[in-house]
Design a protein around this ligand. Structure first.
Ligand SMILES: Nc1ncnc2c1ncn2[C@@H]1O[C@H](COP(=O)(O)OP(=O)(O)O)[C@@H](O)[C@H]1O
Ligand SMILES: [Mg+2]
Length: 210
């Protein structure tokens, strides 16, 4: 399709170009959706598909913030990264997958906030015998009810009416994938509502390198 669009098979009219462009876009959306479902089913099989290496979560968060910042600026909301005083520790993670998970949380926080802003905080805490890295994404956006917060990582795409929306737009899979990624890393993820209209907080806990 892209070759035809680029005119490799001869000239095409503007109308055909436009219509073919729509087809191309929706095919790409479909491919993306299929890949997301494939990723989910692979992740459900566990940690094995992850390419685990020492990963700097500090650099990863800085990098994501740079990417999401323009969207926050466009909306006139703040996007702040708070790092621990000695941000030296590394986590054991599949950098690509972990980035996808954290990106979705920060992207969501910006997406669902119109006033105020988003705070991304990294902390290192000790839990029993493990050192853990905690990423806390807090926003002042539309928030969630307690029920929504408890259920927000569920398979939204399997819920009746919601399912139709998802299959049409590919929406609502993000948090399910995010949670699958974190759990495949043997990490924890949970959400808290801060009250109606008061925003939300998302927590990710990962095992840090000793
Ligand atoms: N920071 C947030 N504040 C309020 N609602 C949220 C937030 N993050 C996620 N949600 C809710 O959870 C749903 C699922 O999120 P996600 O799977 O990432 O899908 P999407 O980004 O396509 O909306 C969202 O559609 C939204 O209703
Ligand atoms: Mg999302």
């Amino acid at each position: 399709m892209s070759l035809t669009l680029e005119g490799d098979f001869g000239p095409i009219s503007d109308v055909v170009k436009e219509k073919l462009g729509f087809c191309f876009e929706s095919t790409n959306r479909l491919i993306k959706l299929v890949n997301e479902f494939l990723d989910i089913s692979k992740l459900q099989l566990g940690r094995d598909i992850l390419d685990i290496k020492e990963t700097s979560i500090v650099e990863m968060l800085k990098d994501i913030i740079v990417e999401v910042q323009p969207e926050a600026d466009k909306k006139g909301i703040y996007l702040t990264l708070i790092l621990p005083p000695e941000p030296t520790s590394l986590v054991m993670a599949d950098a690509g997958k972990l980035r996808e998970a954290l990106y979705n949380l920060i992207d969501n926080a910006v997406k669902y906030t119109e006033k105020g802003g988003v705070k991304v905080e990294l902390q290192f805490v000790t839990k029993g015998r493990n050192n853990c890295a905690m990423v806390i994404v807090t926003d002042t956006g539309i928030g969630m009810t307690k029920e929504e917060a408890d259920d927000v990582f569920g398979r939204q795409f399997e819920r009746g009416k919601e399912a139709k929306k998802v299959y049409a737009l590919g929406r609502g899979i993000g948090l399910f994938i995010t949670a699958s990624i974190i759990r495949a890393h043997k990490g924890k993820i949970w959400a808290e509502s801060l009250g109606a209209g008061q925003g939300s907080a998302f927590y990710v806990e990962l095992i840090a390198k000793k």
